[in-house]
Structure formats: structure tokens, C-alpha cells
Design a protein around this ligand. Structure first.
Ligand SMILES: [Ca+2]
Ligand SMILES: [Ca+2]
Ligand SMILES: [Ca+2]
Length: 472
């Protein structure tokens, strides 16, 4: 009997430990978007799908259509310590063959304020995504002291405070009685954003990094993903916002820190897309390379293909979007990064051999169409009239004037399966300091008079204005 119990305990511990390897999953679904969100803040890849032929869409828009605009995404963070040693966390596909379940740089849970570690019990407690609607919060406020009212589980368990060496203040809450403690029985409630909100905490220091092989920074990230129900506001109805609060729990001061927002978009059918960026609007995006998406597959958009935009709304040091580049699905010098040093090169606008991007063509010096000078933004189109991306220098060969603009199409590329990286940096990230990043993911549709690409600026401007008003 005793043996059986011990065996069971052993199996349970194993099951719990392996559960902590697979991130928790939830969906944001307040409006026209049903987005898959994983608790390590990284990928949309839908683990719930067991059908390889008709996988669940990762970023389904319109909701219920079975069509999707994003396949994978991830937050990259890289920086140097006082001795210029590199520390880096980054995910792409979590495919490292040597590790069961794939490579991993992020895990659920906060880090100890004493030594930036995480114990198994705390990891398990935080292995979840809290999901609440504005309506649930309003119901709570009206009914919390009514005996017949059942307080929702995610309000009761809202992770406002860490225990022991973990930070006292974690998830934000409205402290109705002002005693500094989160107590729902006193009427305290989660301080959510939007009409539907997901909250979760992840870190890069639970274990060694098996995706990038970078040294862990000791960063703890509080993520809030939120959206608004807005049937009469086309831009807002197709937008999901994310707020990242990043805390350096290590004892190291980092410098030359860069953040990357990495995407593998698939606008419906994956093999016919283009990418680009909007320098003035701190945005980058993917769009369909042809007027008709795909070849009639149920998951392709046909003649109504959207553009999928990421707008960087606020950044450390007000840097805005400092770069954009794409990379290919191959092992070439312009292909996928494999090691931490290669990820860090991309974050600084350099290819894997250390050569900086240059203007024109596919931004690799010496290749067709690449005319220079050095640049920070690939395929800016007409969005950079002041040549910010080339440090004020007009690009060679008359580019960026008289209708001669650098785009994926102008470079002579065939539409294909694209990935892209929006960058923010450099900044300093001292021990114990907090940095914040806000972004919006916007799906832009055509209407009877204009294409999705033509409407892109109008949608982005509206979302930027909405966000700025929210903060007031
Ligand atoms: Ca309180
Ligand atoms: Ca497509
Ligand atoms: Ca793609």
C-alpha cells in the first residue's frame, strides 16, 4: 500500500513537472478576432489542434471563419552585462530536437526577488492564464457582498501578491479599502484593461534556454492581452492590445538591450505573402502578395485578404520602433537565427555574418537591387520621407522620391512564406528596474473603394489615438 502511494506521488510529481513544460493556453475573443494566447507569451501555435490537415487557426479573424493571419509570434530580449557578456531570451518554433516538447526560453511564473529563481510549487501555481471580462468585474462590484453571488474563480485567485521571496505586488488590482492587500471579500477587484482581458506572468530563468541557447537574463514579464467589443468601430473591432511589464530580477545591469517582436505571419494561405513597415507609425505588417489569397482552400481568404499590422504604441525611453527586417526560412546568411549571437545580430539590424542591412533589394550588400546606404528598416515604402531609417541620408539611386519606393514587391520578390522582426533598442536595463512595452495587433480589411493596404494608415492612426486617450 505504502509503495503504491509512493509510486503515485512519484508519477504525479513527474506529470506536474512535465506539465510545467507546456505553456498554458487561452483565447482572447472580445471582438472580430479570436486569438490564441500562450502563457509563455510566445507562440500562437495551437496545441489544442490534433488534426494536422485542418489545424485550429492561431489568430482567427473574422472569429468563426476558420481563417487566420498569424502562425507564430514571440518576444525577444537581448542585452549585455558590464563585461559585455550576452544574455538573451528568444523563441521561434520551439523545435530543438534534443529536447522533448521542443526548445524553450520562457516559463510561467515570477522570479524570486532574492536570487531570480523559481521553485516548482510556484511554477505550478502560476501555470495558468487569468481571463476576465469587464461584465464580470461590473457584476462583482455590484454583488460581492451579496451572499447568493458566487465570485468568479479568476477574481478569487487573481495573483495580486507573491509569497515569501516573490514580489509583494504582481497583478494590478483596485484596492477599494486602501489597505494594500488584495481581498475580494472587501470589494477589491482585478484592474483589467479592455472588455476582455488575459493576464499571465512568465520568466526566462526557470531553466537553461534550449531554444536560443542564450544565457538567461533573469527577466520576469507581466503580460496583459486585451480587446474591446466594438461592433460599430471597424478598427477597434479588429484589434488586440498587449501590455508587457518587464522586470530585471537579476543583480546584473544590462546595456545595449534590444526587444524584438518576431512574427511568422500567414495571411490565410502561407505561400503568397509580402511584408513591410510604416516608419512614421511605428508599425510593421504582412499582406497578401496577390489580390486573391490562396487557391480556394477553406483557410485562405480568397478575394477578401486582410493586412495584419503590429503597431508599437509605447516603448522604453520613447524609442519607438527602431528597426524592421525579415528573414528567410533557410540556413543562409539571411536565414533563420540558430544561436544567441545570431538572434542578437538580427535585433541590431545585422545579418547573421554581422553585416548591417543596406537599403534596396533584399538589404544584403552586394546582392541585386541593394544600393545602400546602411538602413534600419526594410521595405518602408513611402513611410519615411525624412530618411530616418538611413540617418538622414537620402538612399542611393533616387530612392524614396518621385514615386520610387522600396517595398517587397518593388525588390522583385515573388510572394512567399514570410517572417519579420520589429525592433526596439538600444536601452539600459539596470538590476531591479522595470521596462514597459505596449503594442496593438490590427487586422485591416479592404472596403468597396480601397484596398487593405490603402486603409492601413487610417486604421493605425485610429488605434494610436484610441490608445493615447485610454492613458489620459
Ligand atoms: Ca484591500
Ligand atoms: Ca496569403
Ligand atoms: Ca509566414
Amino acid at each position: 500500500m505504502k509503495k503504491k502511494i509512493l509510486l503515485c506521488l512519484g508519477i504525479c510529481a513527474l506529470a506536474m513537472a512535465s506539465m510545467a513544460q507546456v505553456p498554458p493556453i487561452s483565447h482572447i475573443d472580445a471582438n472580430n478576432v479570436r486569438g490564441t494566447v500562450l502563457g509563455d507569451g510566445t507562440v500562437f501555435l495551437n496545441y489544442q489542434s490534433d488534426d494536422d490537415i485542418n489545424p485550429c487557426p492561431s489568430w482567427e479573424v473574422p472569429m468563426g471563419s476558420g481563417k487566420s493571419t498569424v502562425f507564430q509570434k514571440s518576444l525577444w530580449i537581448g542585452g549585455l552585462d558590464a563585461t559585455d557578456q550576452l544574455y538573451l531570451a528568444a523563441m521561434r518554433y520551439g523545435q530543438t530536437a534534443s529536447v522533448q516538447g521542443g526548445g524553450q526560453d520562457y516559463w510561467s511564473g515570477p522570479l524570486s526577488t532574492a536570487d531570480a529563481t523559481l521553485d516548482l510549487m510556484t511554477a505550478l501555481k502560476f501555470h495558468r492564464i487569468w481571463s476576465l471580462t469587464r461584465a464580470e468585474i461590473e457584476q462583482f462590484k455590484a454583488n460581492y457582498n451579496n451572499a447568493a453571488y458566487q465570485i468568479p474563480e479568476d477574481i478569487l485567485t487573481w495573483p495580486a501578491h507573491g509569497e515569501g521571496d516573490y514580489a509583494q505586488d504582481l497583478a494590478p488590482f483596485v484596492d477599494v479599502n486602501g489597505d494594500g492587500r488584495y481581498t475580494p471579500a472587501d470589494g477589491d477587484y482585478p484592474d483589467i484593461k479592455g472588455d476582455h482581458c488575459l493576464f499571465f506572468i512568465f520568466n526566462d530563468n526557470y531553466k537553461a534556454h534550449t531554444e536560443s541557447n542564450g544565457l538567461p537574463l533573469g527577466v520576469e514579464v507581466h503580460a496583459m492581452v486585451y480587446a474591446f467589443e466594438a461592433p460599430n468601430d471597424e478598427a477597434l473591432d479588429n484589434t488586440v492590445f498587449t501590455h508587457y511589464k518587464m522586470i530585471n530580477r537579476s543583480s546584473r545591469d544590462y546595456h545595449d538591450v534590444y526587444l524584438g517582436l518576431w512574427y511568422d505571419w500567414d495571411i490565410g494561405y502561407a505561400q503568397d505573402d509580402y511584408v513591410g513597415c510604416d516608419v512614421r507609425r511605428n508599425s510593421f505588417y504582412a499582406y497578401n502578395g496577390y489580390e486573391i489569397d490562396g487557391n480556394g482552400e477553406p483557410s485562405s481568404y480568397g478575394d477578401n485578404c486582410p493586412a495584419q499590422v503590429t503597431t508599437i504604441l509605447s516603448t522604453p525611453e520613447n524609442l519607438g520602433m527602431t528597426g524592421f527586417m525579415y528573414h528567410n526560412n533557410d540556413a543562409s546568411v539571411t536565414g533563420d537565427p540558430r544561436e544567441a549571437e545570431e538572434y542578437y545580430l538580427l535585433l541590431r539590424g545585422c545579418w547573421k555574418d554581422g553585416v548591417h542591412m543596406q537599403y534596396g533589394g533584399n538589404a544584403y550588400p552586394g546582392t541585386p537591387g541593394c544600393v545602400g546606404p546602411e538602413c534600419n528598416y526594410m521595405y518602408p515604402g513611402d513611410s519615411d520621407p525624412d530618411n530616418i531609417g538611413t540617418n538622414g541620408i537620402a538612399p542611393n539611386e533616387g530612392y524614396n522620391t518621385n514615386g520610387k519606393y522600396w517595398t517587397d514587391e518593388e525588390a522583385g520578390n515573388e510572394p512567399f512564406d514570410r517572417r519579420g522582426l520589429g525592433m526596439v533598442g538600444p536601452f539600459v536595463f539596470p538590476a531591479g528596474s522595470v521596462k514597459e512595452l505596449d503594442l496593438a495587433e490590427i487586422t485591416v480589411w479592404k472596403n468597396s473603394s480601397a484596398s487593405a493596404m490603402e486603409r492601413r494608415g487610417e486604421f493605425i492612426d485610429q488605434i494610436i489615438s484610441f490608445f493615447n486617450n485610454l492613458k489620459k
